[in-house]
Ligand binder design. Structure first.
Ligand SMILES: [Cu+2]
Length: 235
């Protein structure tokens, strides 16, 4: 009887593995330390076509993104790559945690991604990178990608799209409990982001530098940097 059960369980496990998977990935820390932890967990995994990767932004304070890049250029958004935008979890944390679902559309090539947050230091260079369907070792592996990332000093702040190369999302992260701010998302415009509470706060802090304030409206990078500063101040 026990042997029958064991064989039955093994068969079911094999069947489940063959079907589309749902893979849960933690974004940022799960600890109560200031600024969270700069990591994706797990940071390397395999996923077949149709599998959904659910990125769960930590309910703890922090500000992170999931942005597609390339092996040789780990901390720069890939042209035509996917992007979640930045999700800011305020001081005190929130529940439930915002989620972002990414569906694998081409499992024949490795997919690389990073977090493009710069505050308090670039998360990408700190090791906040991940791989999907990458070799387990050697060229193209997570370690290879991570080593490339650690040699960088900056992260690109360009905004990608929901539809990426080899994986796509159909919506921005959500749900967004009170206090959570989403900005620089493919689905949102700079105008609507600027009218959010974070945008207003960034605008206030920018008045000390009139030049920055006038540019902020038109330069997404400056807006993002200001918003990042505000998010850091909130941590
Ligand atoms: Cu991050």
């Amino acid at each position: 009887m026990m042997r029958f059960l064991a064989v039955a369980c093994l068969s079911i496990a094999t069947l489940v593995q063959a079907q589309n998977q749902t893979i849960q990935v933690q974004v940022g820390g799960t600890e109560n330390e200031s600024g969270g932890i700069f990591q994706f967990n797990p940071s390397s995994f395999n996923a077949t076509n149709g599998s959904v990767i659910t990125f769960e932004f930590s309910g703890n304070p922090g500000n992170h993104s999931i942005t597609q890049s390339a092996l040789s250029n780990p901390c720069q958004p890939l042209s035509g790559g996917f992007d979640s935008g930045w999700v800011l979890i305020p001081t005190g944390g929130v529940s439930p945690s915002p989620l972002w679902n990414l569906t694998v559309t081409d499992d024949s090539h490795p997919i690389y991604f990073f977090c493009k947050q710069l505050i308090p230091s670039p998360h990408c260079a700190a090791g906040m990178v991940g791989t999907i369907n990458a070799p387990s070792s050697g060229t193209g592996s997570l370690n290879d990608f991570l080593n490339n990332a650690k040699q960088t000093t900056d992260s690109g702040q360009g905004i990608g799209a929901l539809v990426g190369q080899g994986a796509s999302a159909s919506a921005d992260p959500g749900p967004l409990p009170s206090g959570v701010t989403l900005f620089g998302t493919p689905g949102a415009t700079a105008v609507s982001a600027a009218s959010s509470s974070t945008g207003a706060a960034a605008s206030t802090s920018a008045t000390t530098s009139g030049n920055a304030a006038s540019q902020m409206k038109f330069d997404p990078k400056i807006f993002v940097l200001l918003a990042a500063s505000v998010s850091f101040a909130l941590m």
